[in-house]
Design a protein around this ligand. Sequence first.
Ligand SMILES: [Zn+2]
Length: 281
Amino acid sequence: MSHQEFKVIDFHIHIGLKEHWHHWVHEYQKSAGSDLYERYDELTDPERFADYLFSFGIEKAVILPEISPITTGVVSNEYVLEFCQGKEIYLPFCTVNPSTENNLDRKLKGYIKKGARGIKLYPSYNHFYPNDKRLYPIYELAQQHKIPVLVHTGSSIFRGSKIKYSNPIHLDDVAADFPDCKILMAHGGRGLWYKDAFFLSRLHPNLYLEISGLPPKNLLKYFPELEKNIDKIVYGSDWPGVKSVGINIQAIKKLPLAETSIEKILYKNAAGILDNAVLPV
Ligand SMILES: [Zn+2]
């Protein structure tokens, strides 16, 4: 197989309009060289954004909302579900924030009914531990509906975020208490906890290491035994926190890894996680 033929699932894409995010989020994304700002009209249009994703060989894209009023802003579940409506390429996720909302399980059921294919949680942005009992009904529902939960782990440079909530060790409880719920550690414990996140993903069959926002060239430095855990590594871009959605795909293809490993990182592992039967709500 030539490298050009690799299929790609991007497990971590943020969408949003300028007014959804705080100014420091824009400043950060601009400093990362994000093409969002040069191509704003195109890349905020659902139709044209899908073409943009296709141009990088992306077959499916996880699209994330966020309800993080203190740290980044609010891109509502409704906005994301509407954006993704009727397009096969998009896998809309939903989010809940136990610090600002009640009735999380009722809300989640509603989002699943409207097409949400997974859940994203932002512990350091919203100041809760992911093993907080208020979230247990959420994990219970995710497990029942066979939808994955993507949880931010590790550092974030955004104003107001508190890293102690992003320690991946708190997912040890969740992975053990919900053994049939697939959980991904976004950013692989970035900064302080690469080793811990890697260890945990080897320990728990249902816990995965998602590598968005990490420079591919450093991947083998952060995770020297990457290939020993190759079935648990999942690609995501974290765009618009990077130059373009596609830039890191090219870099991953160039890593000194077996082609089968690259295929697993870019596509197969994510496909296995997303291969779910959504139950009627
Ligand atoms: Zn992100």
